[in-house]
Ligand binder design. Sequence first.
Ligand SMILES: NC(=O)c1ccc[n+]([C@@H]2O[C@H](COP(=O)([O-])OP(=O)(O)OC[C@H]3O[C@@H](n4cnc5c(N)ncnc54)[C@H](O)[C@@H]3O)[C@@H](O)[C@H]2O)c1
Length: 252
Amino acid sequence: MLSFDFKNKVVAITGASYGIGQATAWAFVRSGAQVALLDLEENQGFLEELKQQNASFIFTKGDIRDVQVQQGFFDSIQARFGRLDVSFLNAGIEGVPGPFLESTRKDWTRTLDINLEALREGVRLSLEAMLPQKQGALVLNASIAGLRGFAYSSAYVASKHAVVGLTKCLAMEFAAQGIQINAVCPGLIQTPMIDRFSGGDMEALAPMIARKAIGRIGQAEEVAHLVQYLSCPESAFIVGQAIAIDGGYTLG
Ligand SMILES: NC(=O)c1ccc[n+]([C@@H]2O[C@H](COP(=O)([O-])OP(=O)(O)OC[C@H]3O[C@@H](n4cnc5c(N)ncnc54)[C@H](O)[C@@H]3O)[C@@H](O)[C@H]2O)c1
């Protein structure tokens, strides 16, 4: 297992209760970080386990679309830890897959609100905390859907392309001020989102998995390690990149 040292570092993670967010929280906790977690859902089992492991953490329950929730989350980080070193803006939804002409404005708005607008607010509040420190790392969770088109996923793909574009602009604006900003672009990763997407039928994903050079689905812990690498000083020369972690899906 990869070993990083994040002792005395403070890490914020949105969408932390399940999936990639939860795996990343564990990875940072194991590396000695203090973590601040935000999620719509309170995963009691996860929070209990964090306590049992003596993790240093705070949890905020709420919807990232609510600006008061996000403000409260970042305020609580300052109140408890007094600084912010890493922000992993991960919370996102898959939207409602289907033909473009059947997609409703409500579904589009919800996907864009969560995947882009609420993420923008998370970026703003992270920068507010990091700029006075002249140091910090932001990792945005995009997707291979930010690098490629996928039929019947127009709102999701549009939102994730926007996240990749935003990453590049932010990196150009803030790199010289000591803030490292990159995006991760996972391919199919085994999480509750994928369980919903496949309707619990992994066979339905077989054609997509077959397109991965590596021939298997990815694990959330694999993404977590990439997020950690992009958050440590050794990766400082990686600026504004949208890095695919997809078993080779985007090679062809
Ligand atoms: N799993 C994959 O294959 C995959 C691939 C590419 C990108 N991603 C991206 O990774 C991120 C995490 O995905 P995942 O697969 O872990 O999903 P998941 O659904 O398993 O977990 C997402 C977490 O975010 C939380 N969340 C959702 N909406 C929220 C909101 N409005 N406010 C606060 N919390 C909210 C959920 O409660 C959940 O804990 C997403 O941005 C997703 O687009 C996932």
